[in-house]
Design a protein around this ligand. Structure first.
Ligand code: IMP
Length: 197
């Protein structure tokens, strides 16, 4: 029953115009919603009585963060950082730069870093090194996706929504060349989109 609902949703999701160029649905919107409910409950339990500062990593984590914070029962505050990582390519450049910093001090705060995807781990490593120097009380890291990659850096991630194969994925905030962020699911691109003009 659940299986067929998931199959139906995959078919209807893929029939939308914005799905042109998507080879397959890897994670449906129902699966994302269920994972977010679980993660939110765990975060609520972990921050009983406190008001954590959720730090979203722009731009890809916006969708995840918006849904995650609304699924939580605790008071939260939010802020965002932007760091350079990919440009229009599908591989990490290894060069990480802060493009937008936090608007507030995080000393003695419980910071929840919200990431869309951990690929090589370079971006998150850089971000965490930077945040730790600001003396937060503690940092919890939540990532919606983590790629199964043998050469990834061993970086702090406390909770992952989904472990995925080492493929380039889009949707639910993740883009390819600025597109596909508004898909409600996580999908895999057609080869010809990645190799196209
Ligand atoms: P990392 O530094 O290699 O871990 O890459 C992290 C960032 O690269 C993520 O926050 C994304 O913005 C981007 N990224 C990595 N893999 C993908 C992908 O499969 N699709 C879209 N963006 C990705």
């Amino acid at each position: 029953m659940v299986e067929s609902a998931v199959e139906d949703s995959k078919v209807s999701d893929l029939s939308a115009q914005k799905s042109t160029g998507i080879r397959s649905v890897l994670i449906t919107k129902e699966q994302i919603e269920a994972a977010i409910r679980d993660i939110a409950a765990e975060l609520d339990a972990a921050c009983a009585g406190e008001t954590p500062l959720m730090v979203g990593v722009l731009t890809g984590a916006v969708t995840f963060m918006a849904d995650l914070m609304r699924a939580m029962q605790s008071h939260v505050q939010i802020d965002f950082m932007a760091v350079s990582s990919y440009g229009d390519e599908t591989r990490s450049s290894g060069v990480v730069r802060i493009l937008k910093d936090l608007n507030q001090d995080i000393a003695n705060r419980h910071v929840i870093v919200v990431e869309d995807i951990v690929d090589s781990g370079l971006t998150l490593q850089y971000l965490l090194d930077n945040l730790r120097r600001r003396d937060p009380a503690r940092i919890t890291v939540v990532a919606l996706l983590r790629k199964d990659k043998a050469d990834a850096i061993d970086v702090q991630v406390d909770r992952v929504g989904f472990e995925i194969p080492d493929e380039f994925v889009v949707g639910y905030g993740l883009d390819y060349a600025g597109r596909f962020r508004n898909l409600p699911y996580i999908g895999v691109l057609d080869e010809d989109v990645v190799q196209g003009p």
